[in-house]
Write a protein that binds this ligand. Structure first.
Ligand code: B12
Ligand code: SF4
Ligand code: SF4
Length: 380
């Protein structure tokens, strides 16, 4: 059987659109398993119910998933494409995290990894037993990238890839081929702690450790119910994910721009979406703007909820009529409840008349609770 050199592998990966690679062994990730078990036990994975100690133990041992695995190839797609500013068009706009601007990265990575498996099969001259993974609960993408030398771990817990910073989405191939493993990179943040200081919600509770229930990414994407009231003022204009701890990182600021059509946004609404659009869109409008992007993970109701919070945080009088209409007529109670909060945040005591009126007419118990809290907070 022909050998596959590290050099050949990198070239095949590049041809498949995977510009970041590293190779590691299938030995269990024992240190990461212990770290994650402790992390779960301390409550830092919050409401992500799929994140169990049992599941983490299985993911930590690649052979549990793929008994014949001999090597793991860590792959990554960089996506920094230069700075973008919101248009100066008078529209109140939110912010979507950069990784979700274009096509859903799960599909992009999967397609490219499948292409890579095909070209590896041609190169080694036999069918390969392969498993391709990206952002599943079955593997630790970052730990694999770190051990394979594809990148190193920053204090914001992101894997930082030389030349691209942390603007890289990760995946891996479990293969029944014996490849020579790479060494981990000997890099670290040194004395820098900018990301810890600048995280808007204080979610980086210590170097390398994120308290997910405080992270804006969790709050705007994974949280299915109401957003913690104490954290709403801190989420600013983020309506899907958050990039702050990456934007402030010196390594990430030095990233090389890449031109990857799959990560390019279709319209401005996929980068800086109109908050009114998010607050009022019906199912068809939602599909027209966001189908095929990772943003659908938040669902239409989650985006409306997040828009209500961003409108409340906007300190802009144009947000008032949008929030008033939302409170009066949005079909999702979750959105109406957050609109009540948004009005109180935006108008202070001036929101009392409209909130009191809705307190009398609102039929949903959760929304009435939100109105009650908003009024009580103002009185306090
Ligand atoms: C759950 C999850 C989240 C959660 C929790 C994140 C967290 N940091 O705990 C939430 C929803 C908050 C989240 C947010 C984001 N996520 Co996320 N997320 C995941 C997921 C599904 C699992 C991560 C996990 O297991 N976390 C638990 C922690 C404890 O483990 P870990 O960070 O993976 O691994 C670290 C530990 O093992 C640690 N470690 C191991 N041993 C030891 C020992 C010691 C002593 C110490 C100190 C540390 C340590 O080092 C590892 C590397 O950082 C992965 C996909 C996957 N399957 O891996 C994507 C993933 C981590 N997310 C990703 C992204 C892009 C994001 C966001 C940037 C999205 C956004 N823009 O809003 C933010 C970033 C927030 C942040 N600073 O981490 C990328 C990261 C790519 C990269 N270059 O690092 C991943 C890998 C998805 C992918 N396939 O590309 N995410
Ligand atoms: S993604 Fe945002 S909220 Fe989460 S840790 Fe980074 S800066 Fe903090
Ligand atoms: S901002 Fe500083 S501390 Fe945070 S990841 Fe980047 S280099 Fe490390």
């Amino acid at each position: 059987m022909p050998d596959l050199s590290r050099h050949d592998l990198a070239a095949l990966a590049r041809d498949a659109g995977l510009t970041v690679t590293g190779v590691t062994t299938p030995e269990p990730f024992d240190g990461d398993r212990e770290y994650i078990a402790d992390h779960i036990q301390r409550g830092h994975t919050g409401g992500m119910d799929w994140f169990t100690t049992q599941r983490a133990a299985e993911s930590a041992d690649p052979r549990t998933l793929h008994t014949t695995v001999q090597s793991i190839v860590s792959v990554g797609v960089p996506f920094w494409a230069g700075r973008h500013e919101p248009p100066d068009d008078g529209v109140l706009r939110g912010r979507i995290a950069r990784y979700a601007w274009g096509r859903d990265y799960h599909r992009v990575l999967r397609r490219r990894m499948e292409r890579l498996v095909e070209s590896i099969e041609t190169a080694v001259g036999r069918p390969v037993e392969a498993r391709t993974l990206a952002d599943t609960a079955r593997a630790f993408d970052r730990a694999i990238a770190r051990r394979s030398g594809a990148g190193w771990t920053g204090k914001n817990s992101m894997v930082i890839v030389p030349g691209h910073g942390s603007w890289v989405m990760l995946g891996e191939l479990y293969l029944d081929i014996d490849l020579v493993p790479d060494l981990p990179l000997n890099r670290n943040c040194g004395r820098c702690a900018i990301c810890i200081d600048r995280c808007p919600t204080g979610a980086i509770i210590e170097p390398y450790r994120i308290d997910a229930p405080r992270c804006i990414s969790y709050l705007t994407i994974e949280e299915r119910g109401p957003i913690d009231r104490a954290l709403r003022p801190l989420t600013g204009d983020w309506v899907f994910g958050c990039d702050v701890c990456q934007e402030v990182c010196p390594y990430t600021q030095a990233a090389q721009p890449v031109d990857d059509a799959d990560f390019a946004p279709a319209t401005v609404e996929n980068v800086f979406p109109s908050l009114e659009l998010l607050a009022t869109m019906d199912h068809d409008t939602y599909v027209a703007h966001f189908a095929g992007t990772a943003v659908t993970r938040a669902k239409r109701r989650g985006l409306a909820r997040n828009a209500a919070v961003a409108l409340g945080n906007s300190s802009n009088a144009r947000a008032e009529p949008i929030l008033v209409d939302m409170l009066a007529g949005h079909d999702e109670p979750l959105a109406r409840g957050h609109a009540a909060w948004g009005l109180a945040r935006l108008l202070g005591a001036n929101a009392c008349p409209v909130l009191e009126r809705h307190q009398r007419t609102e039929l949903d118990a959760y929304v009435r609770d939100e109105i009650h809290f908003a009024l009580a907070e103002m009185l306090a």
